[in-house]
Design a protein around this ligand. Structure first.
Ligand SMILES: Cc1cc2nc3c(=O)[nH]c(=O)nc-3n(C[C@H](O)[C@H](O)[C@H](O)COP(=O)(O)OP(=O)(O)OC[C@H]3O[C@@H](n4cnc5c(N)ncnc54)[C@H](O)[C@@H]3O)c2cc1C
Length: 383
């Protein structure tokens, strides 16, 4: 057993670090507070080969591993937390499902601009009446000639106000087996966006309405019965989500560590107070434990798809650790940490969201408990 990165991984990390320090460190604060998608960063990352890291070379990607993509998020976030979202969007999210299950024509139309940093894709799972109980989704795809008519609506969709295409979870028929997915162009007739809203993180979202939208049959990604495959792809998204939690927790920790070594009160450096030393020891233990669980899930990923159990453990732990550490870092920095200059408050706000997004901590713990006892625990009342 070896807990160190390989020399190739170290080289990759160092090259990403040089890139991030040169192009991303400057402007990190402005980017964190901007609502627009950082298109300039996406283009730079495409040139640097940081989009499609785990996607096959035949599909225009880099043919790397999930660990490489995790290293990319961690390293980019250490210079610019907001830019880590671009690594996520270009590697872990619905782009990965499209690359895994999409047909050649779908890849030609959508994957190319995504990998070039010219476009972004959203995943539309959550609906007003289907949050944690995602299999309750009601958006219907009804056969119509050479395609489907889609009717329904999605909420809380990340990048919804910037995306060119949405990987929409839809219902072709009743029950879990009736669920699949298709690609909806956001410019298609019948796609409407509701009032813009903001998460606590500052990110914008808007409810998406599908009003009799025609989707050609060749834009179906997964037919009925595709839900399990879809979730297998979604576990990759969860790894990216966990990585950002950990990386932003670490960013805040590093800022607080530097602060504690130069800020004096009562005639002493903050790092000389035992009450704060123990806080740092706790932060360090949480970050290291989270890192090991994350690397385990990513390193064990089969064909790039991590196991549901290891993903659930890594995500729940990283989400909690990232938030706790960022929050403690803010406390250590006092008023400076709470102020928008430091980016630590931004890390706290972002980490808070990942405790809910992509499978909340509670839902992940339900999944872990099923593995502990080796049985299903249906959450619905017995009928
Ligand atoms: C920052 C952010 C980004 C998001 N991005 C996307 C996106 O890109 N695409 C998308 O489709 N969705 C997205 N979502 C939506 C997200 O997936 C849902 O918010 C999440 O699944 C929870 O659903 P809900 O908000 O409806 O809460 P509910 O399902 O109503 O849950 C409310 C609370 O009850 C708890 N709970 C529910 N059921 C159980 C249970 N059985 N046992 C224990 N506790 C339970 C939940 O954990 C939660 O704390 C995003 C959300 C956030 C916050």
């Amino acid at each position: 057993m070896d807990f160190r990165l390989t020399s190739e991984q170290e080289q990759f990390r160092d090259s990403v670090r040089r890139f991030a320090e040169k192009h991303l460190a400057k402007g990190a604060r402005e980017r964190a507070h901007a609502t627009d998608y950082p298109w300039d960063v996406a283009k730079l990352m495409a040139e640097q080969g940081l989009l499609g890291i785990t996607i096959a070379e035949a599909d225009g990607g880099q043919g790397g591993t999930l660990i490489d993509a995790v290293i990319a998020i961690e390293t980019v976030a250490s210079a610019c937390p907001r830019s880590a979202d671009v690594v996520q969007a270009g590697n872990f999210g619905p782009i990965r499902v499209l690359a895994e299950y999409g047909a050649p024509r779908q890849k030609e139309k959508y994957l190319k601009p995504l990998l070039a940093g010219e476009s972004v894709i959203s995943v539309g799972m959550t609906e007003p009446e289907a949050g944690s109980a995602v299999t309750d989704l009601q958006t219907m795809a009804t056969p119509d000639g050479d395609g489907y008519r889609v009717n329904g609506s999605k909420v809380f969709t990340t990048h919804s106000t910037h995306a060119q295409v949405i990987l929409a979870y839809v219902r072709y028929g009743p029950g879990v087996d009736g669920i699949g997915s298709l690609l909806v162009d956001t410019k298609a007739k019948g796609v409407r966006f509701g009032k813009r809203s903001k998460f606590m993180s500052g990110e914008e979202w808007a409810q998406i309405y599908f009003e009799n939208v025609f989707v050609p049959a060749d834009m179906v990604v997964l037919k009925e019965g595709g839900f399990k495959k879809q979730i297998a792809g979604f576990n990759v998204e969860r790894i990216g989500n966990a990585t950002r939690s950990l990386a932003l927790g670490r960013y805040a920790y590093e800022a607080a560590r530097q602060w504690a070594m130069q800020r004096r009160q009562f005639g002493r450096l903050l790092c000389e107070f035992q009450g704060l030393q123990w806080k740092f020891a706790d932060m360090k233990m949480k970050l290291d434990a989270a890192q090991l669980l994350l690397y385990r899930a990513a390193a064990n990923a089969d064909r790039g798809l991590p196991s549901p159990e290891e993903t659930a453990i890594a995500k729940a732990f990283c989400n909690q650790a990232g938030f706790d550490v960022a929050n403690d870092a803010l406390q250590v920095m006092g008023g400076t940490g709470y102020s928008s200059e430091a980016l630590v408050e931004y890390c706290v706000r972002r980490c808070r969201g990942w405790m809910i997004a992509g499978g909340s901590i509670e839902i992940l713990k339900n999944r872990i408990a099923e593995s502990v006892f080796g049985r299903d625990f249906p959450q619905r009342p017995a009928s």
